[in-house]
Design a protein around this ligand. Sequence first.
Ligand code: CP
Length: 313
Amino acid sequence: MTAVAETTQTCSHLLGLEGLSARELNSILDQTEEFIPASLDAEKRRTDLKGKVVANLFFEPSTRTRISFGLAARRLGAETIDFSPSGSSLSKGESFIDTAKNLIALGVDAVVVRHSTPGTPHLLAKHINVPILNAGDGAHEHPTQGLLDVFTIRQVKGKVAGLTVALVGDIAHSRVARSNIHALITLGAKVIVCGPPTLVPKEVKQLGVEIDCDLDRVLPRCDVVNVLRIQFERQRSGLFPSIQEYFRLFGMTQERVKRSRPDMLLLAPGPINRGIELTPEVADGPNSAILKQVTNGLAVRMAVLYRLLLRKG
Ligand code: CP
């Protein structure tokens, strides 16, 4: 796996999907297939990472990413450390980098990090000589979410190239959108981004996507619709009139599912806000693969930990 940052270190990291080639992406997706049996059945746990220690450093809340990275490491035989900023010596003035260096001194072999500041994993990679895995850095990237999204698309649709994928909602503040765009475009999909104009930066076009802010016009063209969460925690106020207005224009309802292709695949990275980005009927309906994405996330994270810790990628 290629480092996606300037670094003076010798090990590889997963800092983002930008810059990964189609060959590298497909190799990770193929390896994910290999880990599906062990991800679905604890009886099939493996021992590839026996003797390794993986640290989870989450400076932002998480359910799926944090739990599945921990489970993935243990399912491969590694030990795990769950670091919480609250209650740590960060509150006594110890720096972030010194904290990480102390974890390495305790024998940590890989660091999974989520932080609200874009570039935090890249900074760590410059100071720490073990693999760094980005679990989400601000609005920049969320590479394992991008990987599990394209893996789920490939699993359900049998391919990625040639498909049309809509990313709907808060594009401006979404690290999931950026990782999806990099992977999907590299793998030959067409990407349409759709949301309130205030949440769809014009510059995103430079990444090779089409912008269309009319969801009802976009839906009939799509094989896949990925519904993104409104990132209230990253927004200044006033970017759209009200939640009701947002839901009227961009909420995925049964009526909008009917306007879509019958085999439209509905994705959402989670957490989902029922009644804001989509209705409960759509979230739990036959087009939805939302929980399949979560299940696939375990195998994806097993694959990337395996590749980075054993230098197999
Ligand atoms: N999709 C995702 O990153 O979910 P969590 O924030 O719960 O990890």
